[in-house]
Design a protein around this ligand. Structure first.
Ligand SMILES: [Zn+2]
Length: 88
């Protein structure tokens, strides 16, 4: 592979992994302490905390359906975060 092609492939891999990276998180409460979240998810919801991928701010959120991967744009620094659903 010549150098130019290698650079293109490398950049493409780097870009896709930036989007798809799993965000590390910690479960703070299972089930969730939010009764509304619990009702909506039929008791599946959990509370998690994670650090903003950019500035490291500690952020808490409720994961309604932890069996399914949750991806959203974090409001803190406008970064995409992704939490991989656990296997049953
Ligand atoms: Zn941030």
């Amino acid at each position: 592979m010549d150098k130019e092609l290698r650079d293109i492939v490398g950049a493409a891999i780097e870009e896709s992994s930036t989007v798809m990276d799993e965000t590390p998180y910690e479960v703070t409460s299972a089930p969730s302490k939010d009764p509304m979240a619990g009702a909506i998810s039929d008791g599946e919801a959990i509370d998690i905390q994670y650090n903003c991928p950019k500035c490291g701010n500690n952020i808490r959120t409720t994961w309604l359906f932890p069996d399914a991967t949750m991806t959203f744009r974090d409001e803190c620094c406008n970064m995409m975060v992704s939490f991989e659903g656990r296997d049953k």
